[in-house]
Design a protein around this ligand. Structure first.
Ligand SMILES: Cc1cc2nc3c(=O)[nH]c(=O)nc-3n(C[C@H](O)[C@H](O)[C@H](O)COP(=O)(O)O)c2cc1C
Length: 282
């Protein structure tokens, strides 16, 4: 929808449409539509790509969007490695359990919490950089990387590209680290596949929990909203059936994803791995 030609009624209708897709209930989103919220509310992970390469200038634009994200104390404690080489992508894909979208996407971005750069800067100035040895600094790098990556996602999507986060590279961060030549103090947080979505296999907008479940006013309401959850199970099953996915209750998915150490797929040892990659995590 072009803002110059859109009327207020068009905008309200579009917001109703966007809210309907995201929640499949009567969630109100007001009347203040713009292209930015349209892009954000239309998000869907893309797992089927065309082989067309992502133009390098688009990558540079998305990285500028990433660098425009806020950063804790402006330390900018993140970096990203852009991987296009098919053999390297395939070796990284082995870590991630060989996911189709990694094999298909022409570009894989690996987002890094990067404490090596601030350490090098501090060391040059004769500092011990003791502050980097604490969990807080690891978290800072991870948060900075996540905020940056999500800005890049919004930029890519606004330009007609699709993306899918790949947390599964944390199944084996040491192999990823060796593959990318990461120095001590750099941790691969997640990957992101990027490419032009294959129009033959369009991805749908995955509904989310009703806002009443996640939005607390003034203080946290700890009651499990049973009706909301049952309703969401039904909504998500309709989505799954439209997308020809196996029908699974969301509440069962949540429960099994966190049920056992095995369900963490090797990521239960991440504290030890992060220590070996140069984070003291005090
Ligand atoms: C940090 C993170 C890691 C993820 N890792 C994977 C992954 O390894 N493979 C995958 O197919 N999707 C992955 N996803 C995508 C989620 O499954 C997806 O965002 C979620 O199901 C919601 O669907 P939507 O993005 O289409 O709205 C990841 C998402 C995030 C935020």
């Amino acid at each position: 929808m072009t803002p110059s030609v859109a009327t207020k009624t068009d905008e309200s209708d579009r917001l109703r449409e966007l809210g309907g897709e995201r929640y499949r209930n009567d969630q109100r989103l007001g009347r203040r539509w713009n292209e930015t919220v349209d892009t954000i509310l239309s998000h869907r992970s893309v797992r089927h790509y065309l082989p067309t390469p992502v133009p390098y200038e688009t990558v540079e634009l998305a990285i500028a969007a990433a660098q425009s994200a806020p950063s804790s104390s402006n330390l900018q404690a993140w970096s990203v490695v852009a991987v296009e080489d098919a053999d390297r992508r395939s070796r990284l894909n082995a870590v991630a359990g060989n996911q189709r979208q990694i094999a298909q996407a022409p570009l894989l971005l690996i987002w890094l919490a990067d404490l090596a750069r601030p350490r090098a800067i501090a060391t040059e100035r004769g500092s011990t950089a003791e502050g980097l040895d604490y969990v807080e600094s690891f978290l800072l790098g991870v948060i900075d990387a996540a905020l940056a990556a999500q800005n890049a996602v919004v930029a890519f999507e606004s330009l007609g590209l699709g993306t899918c986060y790949i947390g599964a590279i944390r199944n084996d961060p040491e192999t990823v680290s060796r593959e990318l030549g990461l120095p001590d103090g750099v941790f691969p947080v997640f990957g992101l596949t990027v490419g032009f979505p294959d129009p033959a296999v369009p991805a749908g907008v995955k509904p989310r929990l009703p806002q009443t479940t996640v939005l607390h006013r003034e203080s946290y309401d700890g009651e499990l909203p049973q009706e909301d959850l049952a309703g969401y199970n039904r909504v998500l099953q309709s989505f799954q059936s439209e997308q020809a996915m196996p029908l699974v209750d969301w509440t069962d998915q949540v429960s099994s994803r966190i049920a056992t150490v095995e369900s963490l797929k090797g990521r239960h040892v991440l504290v030890d791995v992060a220590r070996r990659l140069g984070f003291k995590l005090k």
